[in-house]
Design a binder for this molecule. Structure first.
Ligand SMILES: Cc1cc2nc3c(=O)[nH]c(=O)nc-3n(C[C@H](O)[C@H](O)[C@H](O)COP(=O)(O)O)c2cc1C
Length: 177
């Protein structure tokens, strides 16, 4: 199976980066092929709703790093979204990439698995409800099958995350896809 992972955090050694590594370890052990796109280190312009991609041009007006990601998105059997919670939602870097899926809406519909992994400082899952709700709406719309979620509460820092079983859950999820 080919898997595209899109991360949002700018922390190269942060909590979500660690979950990402654990997921990749499990997925590679299971024989899956990974493409990883770290949105915080890429040039991705926010969608401006010009609708050119849905008009005659059929392509996005922005020629940025989405041109690197798009072929992988289209080919992949599974899409994995990984973000810290920022103000009760996924962070802007990841959301900017997701909004740009719009240019390929029709081609992205159906036939994919989806995973969401989140971390946050708060010790209640309620702080992730916004992110979980948009993931549910988006996967319903795109007709993707949700293969699993990992929501790391009380994980402000990497040390806090390492004391939990979330890394193991990420590893097992990667392995089970
Ligand atoms: C701008 C910003 C907003 C945040 N908002 C929240 C929040 O609403 N709820 C929460 O529990 N944690 C919040 N956090 C904490 C992060 O989610 C948490 O530290 C996370 O582990 C960071 O992940 P990373 O190390 O992968 O970047 C926020 C952090 C930042 C920098």
């Amino acid at each position: 199976m080919k898997i595209t992972i899109i991360t949002g955090s700018a922390h190269k050694n942060g909590t979500t980066a660690y979950l990402t590594e654990q997921f990749i370890k499990g997925a590679e052990e299971a024989g899956h092929k990974i493409f990883r796109f770290d949105a915080a280190f890429k040039d991705v312009h926010p969608c401006i709703a010009c609708e050119k991609c849905h008009g005659d041009a059929k392509v996005c007006v922005f020629k940025d790093d989405m041109t690197e990601l798009n072929p992988h998105l289209l080919e992949s059997d599974a899409i994995v979204l990984i973000s810290p919670i920022y103000y009760y939602d996924i962070n802007a870097q990841l959301k900017t990439v997701i909004d740009r899926f719009y240019a390929n809406d029709a081609l992205l519909h159906g036939g994919k698995k989806a995973v969401l992994m989140l971390t946050m400082a708060d010790d209640t899952i309620e702080s992730a409800e916004g992110a979980l709700a948009s993931f549910k709406g988006m996967t319903n719309f795109l007709e993707w099958d949700v293969a699993g979620t990992v929501v790391g509460v009380n994980c402000w820092t990497l040390d806090m995350l390492k004391k939990t079983d979330y890394p193991e859950k990420a590893y097992q999820l990667g392995k089970s896809l």
